[in-house]
Design a protein around this ligand. Structure first.
Ligand SMILES: CC(C)(COP(=O)(O)OP(=O)(O)OC[C@H]1O[C@@H](n2cnc3c(N)ncnc32)[C@H](O)[C@@H]1OP(=O)(O)O)[C@@H](O)C(=O)NCCC(=O)NCCS
Length: 167
């Protein structure tokens, strides 16, 4: 039996989103969400939210973009919070924990930056694994299934009311 020489596994690198990543990110998001992506209520939030590149992450392996998570500064009922999304992992790289890792990175960065909570629209069975629960009484700028409006808090604050730009 001949043994293959060992080589180290390619390293996964997490970097903050920068303008030069835009093209790769757009391609990944289009593959992950399809053309219906811009009809989502989350897009209505992102139209007025302030993008936070220092809280947003790309996962690269040998120069290839494997996953992305974006974060946005907004307020809910006047309380400053961060809105997470989109989150996507390339189809060939799913179910290896990268989606959860990206959410953890983004949440850790938000907490370290002094943010009180992270809000998103998504599936509870996935996001409850990374600390999210249903956020009752949050009003988004469009129709949404209330069971998909999820929050993770870092401080004892109320996250209720209308999601709007930060003052
Ligand atoms: C959601 C997504 C980011 C997860 O990425 P990932 O790297 O596979 O995530 P993880 O490896 O951390 O977790 C995978 C687990 O979550 C589960 N999961 C993934 N999406 C799910 C969903 N929408 N609802 C429930 N469970 C889900 C998987 O079945 C898998 O379960 P298992 O561990 O029991 O096998 C990825 O599936 C994706 O890009 N999907 C398309 C875009 C999308 O729906 N984004 C989220 C909306 S904000």
């Amino acid at each position: 039996m001949s043994l293959q020489p060992c080589r180290p596994a390619p390293a996964l690198a997490f970097v903050n989103e920068a303008p030069e990543h835009a093209q790769d990110i757009e391609a990944l998001l289009t593959r992950a969400f399809g053309p219906g992506r811009f009809a989502k209520v989350s897009e209505r939030v992102r139209e007025f939210a302030e993008f936070a590149p220092e809280l947003s992450f790309c996962a690269f392996e040998e120069g290839r973009l494997l996953g992305v998570v974006r974060m946005w500064r907004v307020a809910a009922g006047g309380q400053p919070i961060v809105f997470l999304g989109p989150l996507a992992v390339d189809e060939t790289d799913r179910k290896n924990g990268l989606g959860a890792l990206l959410v953890e990175r983004a949440c850790a960065a938000a907490q370290a930056a002094g943010e009180a909570a992270v809000l998103l629209v998504g599936d509870l069975p996935f996001f409850q694994r990374v600390g999210f629960s249903v956020a009752p009484d949050v009003v988004l700028p469009g129709p949404v299934d209330p069971k998909r409006v999820l929050v993770r808090k870092f401080a004892d604050v109320a996250v209720t009311g209308a999601v709007a730009p930060r003052a």
